[in-house]
Design a protein around this ligand. Sequence first.
Ligand code: C2E
Ligand code: CA
Ligand code: CA
Length: 405
Amino acid sequence: MNERWLQQSVLVVDDERFVLKTTAYILQRLGFTNVLTAETGDAALRHIDSADPPVGLVLSDLNMPEMDGVELLRRFDEQGYRGDIVLFSGEDSQTLNMAESLARARKLSVLGSLAKPVQVEQLTALLNNHSEAAASAKPRAEQLVTAAMLEAAIKAGELEPWFQPKIDIASREPVGVEALARWPNSVVGPVFPDTFIPLAEKHCLIDPLTFALVKKVAEIADQWAGQGINLKVAINVSMDSLNELDFPNRIGELLQGHGGDAGAFQLEVTESRLMEDLVRPLDVLLRLRLKKIRFSIDDFGTGHSNLTQLRDLPFDELKLDRSYIQGAAENESTRAILESTVEMAKKLDKLIVAEGVETLEDWNRVEQLGCDQVQGYFTARPMPGDEIPNWVASWPEKRAELFGD
Ligand code: C2E
Ligand code: CA
Ligand code: CA
């Protein structure tokens, strides 16, 4: 596990002394150097106030006689505790799920919940996962990049599209790629879109960014076509762009100017943003559709689309958000919602893409659910455009390795 993570103080809260002792012992064995324990919520809050190094991780029981775990979560929130939390309880899984949701609604960072008695393997797996994520976390560039830097980068053509393949489940063949923006910044290292897209949206830079990127994407797709590679190319667009009535013409020109065939491209728009006023976006989407440019609803499952909107929007593809795909592995309710979502999408005759498929188990699950395509680290990570031809050529070999056939 990563060093920084092991050196923070860890606090275990439980009214049962035996559980406290065993959990603390497990944590020490895992390499944590500062393990604190508390038998009551009050004692826990005192530790949070005074521990040195500060508490970065709390493992807490939900059922305690004086201050229960729910109240403790509320008090953590009030005291401004911003470290991670793992919950455990002897209650049923639904109670644990509710407690997790509540903590998340309070914007507390819940890593997960465990049934009691806590199993060493489960706790280890949960913490290992998180430690890895913490170690490989994207650089916190948001404090370092400014709108002016971004604007200059867009003007200088520094933003590059990378591409992540989409694989058809039935044939196991690549059928498309999604273009993902990358900013190779020499001062602060690579900057990821989660940082600069919101910045671009806030400072009216999203259109220049989109157009600059689309131009490059079209050129690269042209080169691929010259090498006999014909993949459908998906481009992310911001909801802000769909409010601009001249957007279809500008996009259409860029795409038709190059590959000639605008129908080889599709646009992805995030579900949570689609819920705003739909009159202008509908106008824009319809005109894009007349140019044969197709449209996907991205991150489906994270917003709150209603069925009427789904009926009225001219979309062709639903991309199931990865939190949903991964949640379905652990949570029966999520699985049920996912199953009926897929069923509904099929009845509406939409293509269903599962995002964030990281393992063969994920693949098998989404295949069983009836999804059509997969996009995720299991099959391919995003890569620069000039690596795509080699990737395509080596796919049969890679595929045999992944699926063991
Ligand atoms: P998105 O459209 O949902 O894109 C998928 C994101 O998930 C990408 O992150 C991709 O690298 C990541 N990903 C793919 N497979 C896996 C997996 O198996 N596991 C995990 N954990 N992650 C996976 P990325 O490239 O950092 O992009 C983040 C978001 O930024 C995108 O989410 C998209 O909403 C936005 N974005 C990216 N490029 C553009 C762009 O050119 N324009 C606009 N408007 N938004 C963009
Ligand atoms: Ca997308
Ligand atoms: Ca997505």
